[in-house]
Ligand binder design. Structure first.
Ligand code: CDT
Length: 328
């Protein structure tokens, strides 16, 4: 019997700064209803799915950004998502900005802010939480940029690692599931840490601007989508897993996000792709037994990995200059 699960990337069109969480949640519940009609068992929503992508907006006083964050999950505004999960018997993935009052590295309890995602089971239980590790952008207002990207201002680096959980989903009694958030997908280290926990399905939400605002050099527009897909396809192939990668799309507060949500199989092939810049549900039947080929042959980690040669991966952050060749 194949281990089949039907998944959906529930892409969201833009959510403007003035729009409330309740409006966003209503749109998401409608997508869950449509997903249910199509036999979907797991729905993946984007990163920071409840509001506009607020890191593009500068607040001098960080506390003033607190209105973009959730103090609890579920909250009054998000409980309809959990109700819909129970009503339709489908799981979901949700990205949101989290305020947590918890101990930091020094042991002091304080208010902490994270870019977070959760995986919720069909009975409304939170199965797994992840906090974004690879935070892009900058911490201070950058006058050179037309659009700010202040993730480093508003969020701390995630402190939960890259966890994987085995839990029932759809008709299956156990699927190994992990999460990534947006920029994480560009980092092979993140994929490998999930791969080393036998991940079978990665849920991944993103908000990626169509234009590179770094102004550090020219990047042709079409390459923005290419690089996103390239990273996800490579991650799936090299770790023999599926990914459901879901975008926020369209023009939000005057800034364009490129959409192009995809579902990718363990061969690295795109098996479904969104074509609009709006709310859109794309679905795919994933046979998790497809993960076996890669992980028992070319990427049988236990047989072929050579961690003794990979010390630099965890031993250093920036690149060092190589030894210079000299003629003897
Ligand atoms: N949200 C997010 O992580 N977006 C980044 C764009 C970074 S541009 C400063 C991404 O990697 O898609």
């Amino acid at each position: 019997m194949p281990r089949l699960i039907t998944v959906a990337a529930a892409q969201l069109g833009p959510i403007q700064k003035s729009e409330s969480r309740s409006v966003a949640v209503e749109r998401m519940v409608r997508l869950m209803e449509r997903a249910h009609k199509r036999g979907v068992e797991l729905v993946v929503f984007p990163e920071l799915a409840l509001t506009t992508f607020f890191p593009r907006h500068y607040h001098r006083d960080i506390e003033q950004a607190d209105s973009w964050f959730e103090n609890s999950m579920p909250s009054n505004e998000t409980v309809p998502l959990f109700d819909a999960a129970r009503r339709y018997g489908i799981g979901f993935h949700l990205g949101y900005a989290e305020i947590a009052h918890e101990a930091d590295e020094t042991g002091a309890i304080r208010k902490r802010r994270f870019n977070t995602s959760i995986l919720v089971g069909p009975e409304g239980d939170i199965l797994l939480k992840y906090r974004k590790v690879q935070l892009p952008g900058h911490a201070e207002y950058d006058p050179k940029r037309i659009v700010q990207h202040l993730e480093k201002r508003y969020f701390e680096v995630g402190n939960l690692g890259f966890p994987v959980i085995r839990a029932p989903m759809g008709g299956l009694d156990g699927i190994n599931m992990g999460m990534m958030i947006c920029n994480d997908r560009r980092w092979p280290e993140a994929w490998r840490v999930l791969g080393l926990q036998s991940v079978e399905l990665v849920a991944l939400g993103y908000n990626t601007p169509s234009l590179n605002m770094e102004a550090g050099g020219f990047e042709a527009h079409h390459l923005r989508v290419f690089h996103s897909h390239l990273s996800i396809q490579a991650g799936c192939y090299q770790n023999a897993c599926f990914a459901v990668a879901t975008a926020k799309a369209g023009t939000e507060d005057g800034a364009e996000l490129f959409g192009h949500s995809i579902v990718v199989n363990p061969q690295g092939e795109i098996v479904a792709m969104a074509s609009s810049w709006d709310d859109e549900l794309i679905t795919a039947d994933c046979d998790l037994d497809m993960c076996t080929l890669g992980r028992t042959t070319i990427f049988a980690f236990d047989k072929h990995r050579r961690p003794e040669a990979y010390g630099r991966i965890t031993g250093q952050t920036g690149a060092v200059a190589p030894q210079v060749w000299t003629k003897r």
